[in-house]
Design a binder for this molecule. Structure first.
Ligand code: KG4
Ligand code: ZN
Length: 356
């Protein structure tokens, strides 16, 4: 199987954080391959990403990942229309590895080079299709997209391809970061997001109430107050249960109720702001992405409210909501189709914004 005649095939490279990913994406939507080398095990002993260690691991793995991306893709360099690469935001040393490899490949194979914003990649995941998957409902403009992950939380309006109006973003922690921190406070396994969801689903009592940071009528988000409130509530619950030693655990029923209360507060704000934005811009689609989009309560509530508003909600499968390389190919294909070309002077921009 070679690339369909005329359908541009984009080779996408992403190395913005701790995973080296390369994908081949056809026609801006069909995934031909999507390969990753993850550094999770490498960073586990330090409990966080050490930027220089991450950059060195990208350097070690990027060419083997490229080799694997070609396996089974049924395509060759002759089929490739452009090389797309994440130019930011992310860790400088990590971004530089992907950008340098992308430049070299583009130069050697005489292919156009396209720079992609990692954040727009999360939005463009909504256009992706797995191999063999039939075409589904595509997002329609104007749309609002909520991207919620461990690193980002923002709400954006798109009136056309590649045209972003940032409606709001977090002023402190990302939503996933809040899930992870509160998960730790509740002594739940890392990452906190799925653990909190699981605990919340088992809650019998659902009376715990955490503050909602509405930040007036803005579309901005804040989760740090929620984290402080969670810490205070855990302290009170421990005192009430007569627990004095750190190794004494709170009863599961209490943990479950607190997890439910925290999740409810986060979901309330995310859903309310997204729906208000969709109403205000008269959106014809709502897109949800980022790792936190795996949260069942968030998906259900947003789906219910979007349906009431009669606006289709598009949520990629979980593996395409979290960081992936195909999303860089989907966004890169749009930039390529729009005639954008990056020069070999393309730079890494660690704090690249999506829009102002
Ligand atoms: O997009 P992602 O894989 O990585 C980046 O942050 O780039 O997102 C990871 C985040 C973590 O904070 C994790 O706790 C959260 O997504 N997450 C969830 C769920 N699954 C993953 N949060 C809430 N509920 C979930 N089911
Ligand atoms: Zn991301």
């Amino acid at each position: 199987m070679s690339a369909s005649a005329g359908a541009p095939l984009v080779l996408a490279i992403e190395s913005s954080c701790d995973e080296t990913g390369i994908a081949l994406v056809e026609a801006g939507s069909r995934i031909r391959s999507n390969v990753v080398a993850s550094q999770v095990a490498l960073h586990a002993p330090t409990g966080g990403i050490v930027p220089e260690v991450a950059a060195r691991a990208h350097l070690r793995w990027i060419l083997p990942v490229l080799d694997e991306a070609w396996q089974g893709a049924g395509a060759s360099w002759d089929d490739v229309s452009a090389v797309a690469v994440t130019r930011g935001p992310g860790l400088a040393g990590s971004l530089l590895v992907g950008i340098n490899v992308a430049k070299t490949l583009a130069w050697v194979h005489e292919k156009p080079l396209v720079g992609v914003n990692h954040l727009e990649g999360h939005v463009y995941a909504a256009w992706l299709r797995d191999p063999g998957q039939a075409a589904g409902a595509e997002p329609v403009f104007p749309l609002v997209a909520l991207v919620v992950s461990g690193g980002h939380t923002f709400l954006v309006e798109m009136t056309d391809h590649l045209t972003y109006r940032l409606l709001g973003q977090t002023v402190d922690d990302a939503a996933g970061e809040a899930f992870d921190k509160v998960g730790r406070l509740l002594d739940l396994p890392y990452p906190g997001g799925p653990s909190i969801q699981k605990a919340a689903e088992s809650a019998v009592r659902r009376d715990a109430r955490f503050p909602r940071a509405w930040l007036g009528d803005t579309y901005d988000f804040s989760f740090s107050g929620l984290k402080t409130a969670a810490r205070r509530t855990v302290d009170v619950a421990r005192a009430d249960a007569g627990l004095r030693e750190p190794e004494e655990a709170l009863p599961h029923a209490v943990v479950a109720e607190l997890a439910w209360g925290f999740q409810d507060a986060v979901v309330d704000v995310l859903v309310a702001k997204t729906i208000r934005a969709a109403r205000e811009v008269e959106a014809r689609s709502i897109v949800l992405g980022g790792g936190v989009a795996a949260n069942a309560a968030l998906r259900q509530r947003l789906a219910g409210e979007a349906e009431a508003l009669r606006v289709p909600l598009i949520v990629p499968r979980p593996g395409l909501c979290t960081d992936n390389w195909a999303m860089i190919g989907a966004a890169g294909a749009r930039r390529f189709a729009a005639g954008e070309r990056a020069g070999l002077d393309l730079e890494a921009t660690p704090s690249l914004p999506l829009a102002r």
